[in-house]
Design a binder for this molecule. Sequence first.
Ligand SMILES: [Zn+2]
Length: 243
Amino acid sequence: MHPFACPICSRLQDVETSFTKCGAPQYDRPLPDAASQLEMVPFLDYEDKDRYHVRRCPSCATLYSYSLSSEYQVNGSEDEETLTRMTVAGATVFQRQQARLLEALRRDIDDTEGSAGALGDYIDHGHPSPAEAEEAFEKMQANRARALHGREHLRVQVEAFRGTCSEILLIWAQAHRRVCQSFIYSLRTSPRRPGFDVQTAQYVARTTLEAWEALPEAGETYIPIPAVYLEGYLDRLDAELKG
Ligand SMILES: [Zn+2]
């Protein structure tokens, strides 16, 4: 739907501002009512969400950036809000940036779980001295705790986007799906390599694809990428999410 045809967006100019002066309500000029019908996008990576955030129209999905600036004056501080409708290109830039931040969270869990696994192998098979084993065990536990924390953070974020801004999840999941499909295709035709289990790799690519197909709506919120079987996966993904 075009913003002008939307019952909420049609009541907002491309740029709206408000003005409030502390102790002087006669100068108050609030944002139009329609601004409060927009929903805040629970986006990643901004410190002060009262001062800067992104809002989304629940009726047509148009995005707006919101900022609040305050200026201290001796006779009462002045607040000014600015609500700016994003262009289609601007919205795409924002959504891709958020998809890349989600991917960074996901990748950090992969890395941390990988480190914990490697330390476990070292303890079991690396013949460490008791002191070395103890040190490795502590590191492994710390990595596991960090990975659990990361999974929880990602789960909360993905579920929040499912409710309010699934476009971001669609961009993220679609990039993964394209990479999985490219592996499914290339594994079918690639020459056999000694020591490389093509059937397992194909299975991994297919199940990973299925998980990404489900993610925008339901299912697991953390999907690990078994890079051992899908060599170069992350480079292909970075190319998909670029720009
Ligand atoms: Zn709208």
